[in-house]
Design a protein around this ligand. Sequence first.
Ligand SMILES: [Zn+2]
Length: 245
Amino acid sequence: MQSIDFDEVERRALARRDEAGLHAEDVVPDIVEVIERLRIPVAISPFGPDGPDGLYVQEGDDRLIVLNSGKYLPRFRFTAAHELGHATYEDHPHLDVDIHAGTSHAEKRANAFAASFLLPRRALKLRFPNRTHIDPNFALNLAAEFGVSYPALIYRLHNVGLISGTARNVLLEAPAALAMEKLRGRPGNEVRLPAEFVRRAQTAYDQYEITFQRFSELLRRDKDDLAAAVRDSGILHPEDLPRAS
Ligand SMILES: [Zn+2]
């Protein structure tokens, strides 16, 4: 079977992120909204925790991604990115009962795409303080920040060369992995912005790196509502203060 060209997949994933207005070091916020920015409609339905992960439909120029909101959030997000991979490579329409069970080239490529899309190499390298040792709690926090499962993060750290195979195996056995299971109870359609993401957006706005319009987009807020909500906080530049009505 043809092998996966991981560098090519990474480039395609970064190009998609760029198209959606996400920098290579950003966390993907609401992935459904991000995919819809790419003009691919997404339908979400509760098929239950044991139901299929998702579905990719293509008919002529029309495309559709269907996701199961009954899955826990990291799985839901990984599936969404996997289906975006199918759309990016214009794969055949496909029902994904279990995204990790597929053995075909297209399925493996879609998973590689999902890992690159949610966890770009550059984003991980930026956050990686020490290449010789990684603490399970640090990895757990990193997984939570990126909205991926703990094992998905560990495998990815190894695949991009940031940890050894031995370190990967030790981390996969770590108690932190068990702690992650507690988070599986979260409803699959919930989307929450990571605190660090909000903090970085605010810093970028504060330092005039992004406009208030862009800041409000990053926070998924209507610009005027956000301006009204934080008008007395002192974080707004004078020119962005809402005018008194
Ligand atoms: Zn698939």
